[in-house]
Each structure stands twice: as structure tokens, then as C-alpha cells.
Design a protein around this ligand. Sequence first.
Ligand code: SAH
Length: 254
Amino acid sequence: MSGRLAVIGLGPGDARWLTAEAQAELADADALYGYGPYLDRVPARSGQARHASDNREEGARAVAALRHAAEGGKIALVSGGDPGVFAMAAAVCGEIEAGPPEWRALDIAIIPGVTAMLAVAARAGAPLGHDFCALSLSDNLKPWSLIERRLDAAAKAGFVIALYNPVSLARRWQLGAAFDRLGRHLPATTPVIFGRAVGRPDEHIEVAALASAKMVTADMATLVIVGSPQTRVLARDGRTALVYTPRGMAGIDA
Ligand code: SAH
């Protein structure tokens, strides 16, 4: 008997950002797997088993969920934001590639979610209105020298840059180093958006110029968006500013 594994994006936090498809998959599952705090966001249903695991156990969690699905279960593996963005969907694909042939026969569904970058961008205005890219600043899975090369290339190419995983308990200097690196290519006035815990009760959005971005506190729950030279801050009386990147490059030399 072959089961189903749905890898489900829960969005950044606000229950209204959980898609109807994700909700239906969660309700339908025999068992849920995921990082504890993410599982806590899913309403309990009797008869549905829950397997919470630690943040760092991605591979083991994927294997456990795949084994359970291979036994015939309808399994939901939850992820924050979108499961395909620096998250569980790629871990599952990697384990399927390395695993027994029967895992390739499983019904695998990746259910998209609102990724943190989009939620933070929406709160700030429209910073992703023109070309952008996303990088994880974590050097757990790649060397720091590669991150520096990609920051250089992205800034030189004029992309707006979203930075996932800017800081963790073990990685404290990387974000400051990234700002220094970007400062080699970008104006000191480039707007930098810090979106912390977006969609959760302790949400906090802050905008700073690149030159003073190092002074702003960021943590594991923060997503940083560094503007391009075209990104603008539109001040408004009595309301928060709108940070946006114009849709076109009219008047800019190729
Ligand atoms: N799959 C997730 C990203 C996982 S990487 C997604 O699509 O959003 C983890 C990083 O995502 C965090 O370090 C932080 O940079 C960002 N992040 C996740 N949830 C967030 C939230 N609610 N607010 C701001 N950033 C968040």
C-alpha cells in the first residue's frame, strides 16, 4: 500500500495567510511531522498523531515522514512560510533521491505557502516591484566565500536582495559583514527593510539606510530586504512610509 506525503507551507505566522489548500491537507492527514513551534500552529484534531522534532533535524524528519508514508499513511510535513524556500521540500526530494526505490512511487504533494520575503515586502510597500533575488546568509550549508561572491554579483547586477537566515545564535557577525560587502557597491542611502516575526503578535518592521543598518537589531525571525539603487522611500504624513522599487528602469542607462 502506497501512501501520500504532503509537504505543507504554513505561511509566516498569521492564520489568515494559511491557504485553503494547506488547511484541507492538514485536516486530512493521519499524522503530522514538523519542527515543534510550527506544529503548535496547527489546530489539534483527535486521532491525528504529531511528531515534533528539533529545528536542525531536517534530514531525519524527512526520512521519518517518508517511511511513514511508505507504510501507507497520509502524512503532512509542515514548514514555515513556503516549503520550497530554504526548507523541507528540498530536504524531502534529497532523501527520495538517496532513498529506496519505493519512495519514488509515493504520492508527493508540495503545497505552497506565503514565504517570509513576500510578507515582509507587503508590510513595507512594494520593494520587490522590479528584479530581485533571495539568498540565505547561513554558512552552515555553504562556505562564506560563496555568499560574499553572490552578494557582490547581486548588488552589481542591480537586484533587490532578500536575506533569509540573517542571524542565529551561532552566527552573529555574518549580517554586518554582508552589509559591509553590499556597501562596496550600493549607495549609503539604500533602504534596508527589517521585518521581524511578520504575521505574529510580536511583529516589528523597521527601515534604515544601508550605512546605519548595522545598528538595527536582527535575529533568527528577521527577514532583511536590501533595496537596489532604484528603491525609494515615500514619506507620508501621519502614516508609515512606503518603500518601493519602480516597475521600470526608464531613464536608466543599460
Ligand atoms: N521556508 C521559510 C524560510 C525558512 S528559512 C519561508 O518560506 O519563509 C528561515 C528564515 O526565514 C528566518 O531566519 C527568517 O529570515 C525568515 N522568516 C521566517 N518566518 C519569518 C517571519 N514570520 N518574519 C520574518 N522572517 C521570517
